[in-house]
Design a protein around this ligand. Structure first.
Ligand SMILES: [Zn+2]
Length: 216
């Protein structure tokens, strides 16, 4: 089963993707990890992508899709894959569909982890990260035992500049503008499943599994 998980920054997407992929016995492929791995291993596609990034240009969708397809060919993806962070745009979704067709696979379900904008803002603006290992805290929902200090390693907690003020608003604007089109794309293919992300981590996980197993 090949699944796409769509959710804004702060939606809890990464956490849910980890648990869900384990529960379903499929590989969790996050686009960020995919790029990092390809750069580290200096694969042909990775080097091509890096050349664009080094020039300050966007990596073309065809190249990203080629990287995704190459990853899907690895043994741990045989049972299926949960794609996290890709596709982001309708053009990427189309390129992915075209690429998958050639390998005899298809996206079976696209899940939208829906969290209201106000809640995302609250979560993101409360986010603090530790300097040593980037452990994540939230002053509203998951505060450290001692303010400003990581529970695990004692290092200082700080806020990323793109988690503050207007930067957050801009990221959310981009997400919502692009995502509405993406949702429409998968909805027309009858593959879209919406899950309420504005509840506890366990409740979201339960909903996710229920909806995937009982769909159509
Ligand atoms: Zn830490």
């Amino acid at each position: 089963m090949d699944i796409i998980l769509i959710g804004a920054q702060g939606s809890g997407k990464g956490t849910q993707a980890d648990t869900l992929s384990q529960a379903l016995g499929i590989a969790h492929v996050a686009s960020g990890d995919l790029f990092r791995k390809a750069f580290d291993e200096k694969t042909e596609l990775g080097l091509k992508a890096k050349a664009y990034i080094d020039r300050g240009e966007l990596v073309p969708d065809e190249l990203t899709v080629a990287m995704v397809l190459s990853r899907l060919g690895e043994p741990d993806c045989k049972q299926g894959v949960l794609l996290d962070g890709f596709p982001r745009t309708i053009a990427q979704a189309q390129a992915l569909d075209n690429g998958l067709q050639g390998s005899g696979r298809q996206i079976d379900v696209a899940i939208y982890l829906k969290v209201p904008r106000e809640e995302l803002l609250k979560r993101l603006s409360g986010r603090y990260i530790c300097r040593a290992y980037q452990h994540v805290y939230n002053i509203n929902t998951r505060p450290p035992k001692v303010p400003g200090v990581c529970d695990i390693d004692g290092s200082e907690l700080y806020q990323r500049s793109d988690d503050v003020g207007e930067a957050v608003e801009r990221r959310l604007d981009i997400f919502f503008n692009e995502t509405i089109q993406l949702l429409d794309y998968y909805s027309r293919q009858h593959k879209l499943v919406e899950v309420n992300g504005d509840q506890s981590i366990d409740a979201v996980q339960k909903d996710l599994l229920n909806k995937i197993q009982n769909r159509g």
